[in-house]
Design a protein around this ligand. Structure first.
Ligand code: SF4
Length: 713
């Protein structure tokens, strides 16, 4: 045991946005012991089924180990030269906006930082987007509208301290299991703590719920407008907080005025008695947190949903205090880190704004770059539409599988087939997307790479290597930096991930970025050993000379920052006047009733397109095959028996899976998991069925509500 302890490496789980600390112990027989890190403040030793099976998914059988061009193995120099010269030629002939990067919330912050710097500061385009657009974009947009910044105000401990936790659009038990476990444990100690789940399905999360509201798809705006109105009617607003720290309350309330109980019941499909129970509970419970995830974000009204929720917390002053606040929980391990470096097409670095000339000057001056993107680039769905239209001549996809995960996924495959030049850097050799690559670049995987991720409560944690790099695999940041240098750019001479992180931290500091919510200037200058030792750290981490008004106190002990931080209890918002904005929101206009509302999401034991979790027999045993969950009434009407094959179809495409007939589903709705790829189940790609409708503000696709048909196959 002593030997095992000596070789134990502290790292962070590569799956969901909870960001659990993991102790990995490589053993002499080649296996790796995995345990939860008892010292990590996200999980205190807990792991879910996916995290605890990490040791079973580290085999090299499926790995991409060498660069290839046109399917033929080549050396790195040849591959990197081909990428650099082809991108250069496209830019020279068609301009900087003729090229694009499509990245991933799986990448580490250092990877994201270098790719974003190359595209925005040196190529001069903002055509860099990521699968985080499918995950978080509506929360980002809603936060920026309300707070003037993309800030998650609270911490995980707020969820334990709350007397009411509202979970909306979140199957936390399966998608963020350790946070679910923390809430369940808190409720076991304090049974008076109430849990409300708002979801069209009665999911596993409902096991700890006191109240489940089986909401109709996209009924959330009406639901929270009704709550705002109810709070005012009951005199439950915090007039001092609203008066001193916000603007726009009257307009938001006017927009909510028509949402009386009967109107909300009609719009949401929820019984009036259940609505009243929820509204009364929220009204009388000061310590309330509202958690929202993909059911809110993946919607054509996702940004309005986020603001409808935030409005209720602003109106009651329940924000940034222990046990209170709106709480967006991220799907991916590093969606938050990607946002920090500005790795989305409408962001700049360090939470600066691409639309703001002063911000652009700051970033360009810091990078010493020849140019800076001056306008937002293409968002994920638009990006692949531009590829299909022939406007993108060279595309680099890193660490993601859009031919499965994007909506209208067959169209994405056709777009890639027609694109003149596609580079894919990945850890897996054969995915639905690598099939379209002209150049394949082998990337380092979890356990091999070094860097940081940021979880849903703004906590930056280290991923540390404990395995050698296999074959010729390289870290993503190093691959992007190599191509940048070959394109003739200076400023990419990094020797390590720690050097990239240091630059990122310096850029975010008050001196370089001005007053921001995201400021980790206090983590600059840690040096190689400080970076190696860095403990999980919540931002902001401000240095000595800081904005005295907005900077909350933060401990600094030689690179270890342990104090929890919250935002906005005393105002201090990041709009120019320091006030939050209420947003007057209107529910989406009702459309013709869909034949079926097709909803997609995760199952407990798989991650994304199963390239890793699919390797574990134990994980695959939980749900061995894809399914369509539909209500017994619908099944009876359509002559579908349990386990029959059913075809789910839309105007975009079709998928064939087995029927799971339950009473946990809303009639008229069908749920199909997103994970199965052509490799695991040839006809089960639900992304091929999903429509490409998106939120007009955030550009996030509405993956939860495609209209389509279900029939026995
Ligand atoms: Fe990993 Fe998320 Fe499970 Fe934690 S809850 S072990 S981060 S998958």
């Amino acid at each position: 045991h002593a030997e095992e302890t000596a070789r134990e490496v502290k790292t962070t789980c590569p799956y969901c946005g909870v960001g659990c600390g993991v102790l990995a112990t490589p053993r002499p027989d080649g296996s790796v012991g995995i345990a939860g890190d008892p010292d990590h403040p996200a999980n205190f030793g807990r792991l879910c089924s996916k995290g605890s099976a990490l040791g079973e998914t580290l085999g090299l059988e499926e790995r991409l180990l060498h660069p290839t061009i046109g399917g033929e193995r080549c050396d790195w120099d040849t591959a990197l030269d081909r990428v650099a010269t082809t991108f250069q030629a496209a830019i020279a002939e068609h301009g900087p906006h003729s090229v694009a990067f499509y990245l991933s919330g799986q990448l580490l912050t250092e990877d994201y930082y270098v790719a974003n710097k190359l595209m925005k500061g040196f190529i001069g385009s903002a055509n860099i987007d990521t699968n985080s657009r499918l995950c978080m974009a509506s929360s980002v947009a809603g936060h920026k509208r309300a707070f003037g910044s993309d800030t998650v105000p609270g911490t995980y401990s707020d969820l334990e301290e709350a007397d009411l936790v509202v979970l909306t659009g979140s199957n936390l038990a399966w998608c963020h299991p350790v946070v679910y476990q923390r809430i369940a444990a808190a409720k076991a100690v304090r049974p008076q703590m109430k849990i409300v789940v708002i979801d069209p399905r009665r999911t596993a999360t409902c096991e700890i719920a006191d109240l489940h509201l089986p909401i109709r798809a996209d009924g959330d705006v009406a639901l929270f407008c009704g709550l705002l109105r109810h709070l005012v009617e009951e005199g439950a607003t915090d007039e001092v907080y609203v008066g001193e720290h916000t603007t726009g309350f009257a307009e938001a309330l006017a927009a909510a005025e028509r949402w009386r109980l009967s109107a909300v019941a009609e719009a949401t499909g929820i019984a009036k008695s259940a609505l009243t129970a929820f509204y009364d509970l929220f009204t009388r419970t000061g310590k309330a947190v509202t958690v929202y995830s993909q059911g809110v974000n993946q919607s054509a009204s996702g940004t309005d949903k986020v603001n409808a929720i935030i409005n209720c917390h602003l109106a009651t002053g329940r924000i940034g205090r222990p046990g209170m606040g709106p709480f967006s929980i991220t799907g991916q391990p590093n969606a938050m880190g990607g946002r920090e470096v500005g790795g989305l097409s409408n962001m700049l670095a360090a939470h600066m704004s691409i639309e703001d000339a002063a911000d652009r000057e700051r970033v360009q001056a810091f990078w010493g770059s020849p140019t800076i993107a001056a306008t937002p680039g293409l968002k994920a769905v638009e990006l692949f539409e531009a590829v299909a239209a022939g406007r993108i001549k060279a595309l680099w996809i890193a660490g993601t599988n859009p031919v499965v995960s994007m909506p209208d996924a067959d169209a994405v495959g056709r777009a890639l087939a027609a694109c003149p030049f596609v580079v894919v850097s990945d850890v897996i050799a054969r995915t639905d997307t690598t099939a379209y690559a002209d150049v394949l670049l082998p990337a380092a995987a979890w356990g091999e790479k070094n860097g940081t991720v940021t979880n849903s409560e703004r906590r930056i944690s280290r991923q540390r290597p404990f395995l050698p790099l296999p074959g010729e695999a390289r870290p993503d940041w190093a691959i992007f930096a190599s191509v940048a240098r070959r394109m003739g750019f200076f400023g990419f001479e990094y020797g390590s991930a720690g050097e990239v992180f240091d630059e990122h931290a310096r850029l975010s500091s008050y001196e370089n970025a001005g007053s921001r919510d995201f400021d980790i200037g206090g983590l600059a200058g840690l040096g190689a050993s400080g970076y190696d030792l860095m403990a999980p750290t919540q931002w902001p981490v401000r240095g000595a000379v800081r904005d005295p008004v907005r900077a909350p106190a933060t401990d600094r002990q030689a690179g270890r920052h342990t104090q929890e931080t919250r935002f906005f209890a005393e105002g201090g918002y990041f709009h120019a006047d320091g006030r939050a904005r209420f947003v007057a929101v209107e529910p989406p206009a009702s459309k013709t009733a869909p034949l079926f509302t097709i909803n997609t999401g995760r199952v407990r034991d798989q991650w994304h397109t199963m390239t890793r979790t699919g390797l574990s027999a134990r994980l695959s045993a939980h749900m061995p095959e894809p399914f369509a969950e539909l209500h017994g009434e619908d099944a009876a009407r359509l002559g579908i028996a349990p386990a029959d094959l059913v075809e789910i179809a839309s105007s975009h495409g079709r998928a064939v899976v087995r029927a799971l007939v339950t009473d946990r589903q809303r009639p008229g709705n069908v749920f199909v998991p997103m994970h199965w790829t052509a490799r695991f189940a040839p006809s089960a790609r639900i992304g091929a069925v999903a429509h490409a409708e998106r939120d007009p503000v955030s550009g996030q696709p509405a993956l939860k509500s495609t209209s389509g048909t279900v029939r026995r196959f």
